[in-house]
Design a protein around this ligand. Structure first.
Ligand SMILES: Cc1cc2nc3c(=O)[nH]c(=O)nc-3n(C[C@H](O)[C@H](O)[C@H](O)COP(=O)(O)O)c2cc1C
Length: 205
């Protein structure tokens, strides 16, 4: 069984830690065979600022984000000729994490102006799962309308908003819980995921 093929877009919104955790969990997941990773220029800047990771060459970035990564294949955001730019290439789902309001706007309006926007557009037209982890606050009417447009076209809008009801002890707990919820939407439920069982049952399932 080759496993699922997942596309991950990383754009220049705050929350590079979400991208790293997502890649770590996808790399570790036996149900996943291949991860196509695309990082926008601004995304690379945020990875450098927030995670302190600067690759001497771009192609080394996956290994720096997830040491020992074997499934993660980095594609240049300018390469609109990559396999994931075509609907004929089988992909099981895509996540943009974090997703800027700019990337949201491109996707909501079908601009396909870089590989992230094109691969997302392909997911929408092929009726494949697309999760947008939008991060901005406050949100303008433009952002809200773009979210509505993308959602109406089939995207799952999953604002990068951490939860506190499971009594997190660290930032990593917050990031992991959120990313596990994202993976649920790719039909990749995680064994370590916290699931609320009602106020009376606070233990993990
Ligand atoms: C430190 C920093 C933090 C940013 N945070 C956000 C953010 O949370 N949300 C957002 O929509 N844009 C944010 N931006 C702005 C985007 O990076 C900028 O609009 C960029 O052009 C987006 O390009 P991309 O969508 O191709 O990654 C941030 C920029 C910087 C430098």
């Amino acid at each position: 069984m080759p496993g699922k093929t997942i596309v991950v877009g990383v754009t220049g919104a705050s929350g590079a830690a979400y991208a790293r955790k997502l890649l770590e969990l996808l790399e570790a997941d036996e149900r996943v065979g291949r991860v196509h990773l695309v990082i926008s220029e601004a995304g690379q800047r945020l990875v450098a600022m927030e995670l302190g990771i600067v690759a001497p060459e771009l192609k080394r970035l996956p290994e720096l984000l997830v040491p020992g990564a074997k499934k993660i294949d980095l594609l240049p955001n300018k390469d609109i000729g990559a396999a994931i730019a075509s609907g004929s290439y089988p992909v099981d789902g895509m996540v943009v994490a974090p997703c800027t309001t700019g990337a949201l706007a491109s996707i909501a309006s079908g601009m396909s102006d870089d590989l992230i926007a094109r691969a997302a557009d392909v997911c929408l037209k092929e009726r494949r799962r697309l999760v947008l982890c939008v991060r901005e606050t406050p949100l303008s009417r433009v952002h809200l309308e773009n979210m509505l447009r993308a959602e109406a076209a089939g995207a799952v809008i999953m604002p990068a908003v951490p939860a506190f009801y499971f009594a997190p002890k660290s930032i990593d707990d917050l990031v992991t819980q959120y990313v596990c919820r994202v993976l649920d939407h790719l039909d990749l439920p995680q064994p370590q995921e916290y699931r609320w069982m009602g106020a009376a049952k606070k233990e993990k399932p």
